[in-house]
Design a protein around this ligand. Structure first.
Ligand code: URA
Length: 237
């Protein structure tokens, strides 16, 4: 790959800006200063550095975000703030997109990647990737609701959901629950509760397949997946 392309791909600026870096003797390849933007380098075999910092070439990025309420799970929008707006420019440069959608008011685990194959596999209805949600419910959630969810409930458009596993954490006028579902229909959790006459007042996704939200991430924060997290996600498919 051309040196200027590699550096531009890795977020070191436009090709023009990269040329400036080269001119300033900021770039080394295997410890030799290089000024030639067209030089071909093999990032697997040669060490490229900018101001002495090793440039590790990656094509794919994988981030987990604790999505805050008030932002939408889209890559761009004219009016609304998106989850991509919350990423640093260096990370936006890789053009990640959210894997599936959380509603604007929903919080919690959102995976962002530019790996279309992984995204497709996680979202494919055939793969039954379980997603776990924590929710607060206006209304008394009962064992009967859990039985109904286990059998599948009919949504407002007549769709019969696959079985969902409902764990009641607190049954009161304001209930707290955890729900595991294996599909991702539009507003699914909210609509499942509407189907039993109850209303979700707060919703947070805790996990998706083997990936669990890192609870040290504050709302709006994100971090790269660890190699182990990525391995597990890829191997469960
Ligand atoms: N179910 C919902 O109702 N909303 C979400 O954001 C995710 C699942």
């Amino acid at each position: 790959m051309r040196l200027d392309k590699l550096l531009a791909n890795m977020g070191y600026g436009s090709r023009k800006e990269v040329k400036q870096l080269l001119k300033q003797k900021a770039v080394t390849v295997d410890d030799d200063y290089v000024k030639d933007a067209a030089l071909h380098v093999d990032p697997d075999k040669q060490v490229v550095a900018v101001y002495g910092e090793h440039v590790v070439y990656t094509e794919f990025v994988y981030f987990m975000m604790n999505k805050p309420p008030g932002v939408i799970s889209a890559t761009e929008d004219l009016r609304e703030e998106t989850v991509i707006d919350l990423l640093e420019p260096l990370h936006q440069h890789f053009q990640p997109f959210p894997v599936g959608r959380l509603d604007k008011d929903t919080e919690g685990l959102l995976l962002l990647t530019n790996d279309g194959v992984l995204a497709h596999n996680l979202l494919s209805p055939k793969k039954h990737v379980p997603k776990v949600y924590y929710a607060q419910i206006d209304g008394v959630v009962t064992a009967e609701d859990a039985e109904k969810f286990a059998a599948g409930v009919e949504l407002d458009d007549g769709y019969l959901t696959k079985p969902g596993k409902l764990v009641i954490l607190r049954s009161a006028q304001q209930s707290e629950i955890e729900l595991t579902i294996q599909e991702g229909k539009f507003h699914q959790v909210k609509r499942m509760f509407e189907a039993v006459g109850k209303h979700v007042t707060y919703l947070k996704r805790l996990s998706m397949g083997s990936l669990t939200l890192d609870d040290s991430l504050a709302l709006g924060e994100y971090r790269a997946l660890t190699p182990e997290e990525l391995d597990h996600l890829q191997s469960q498919q």
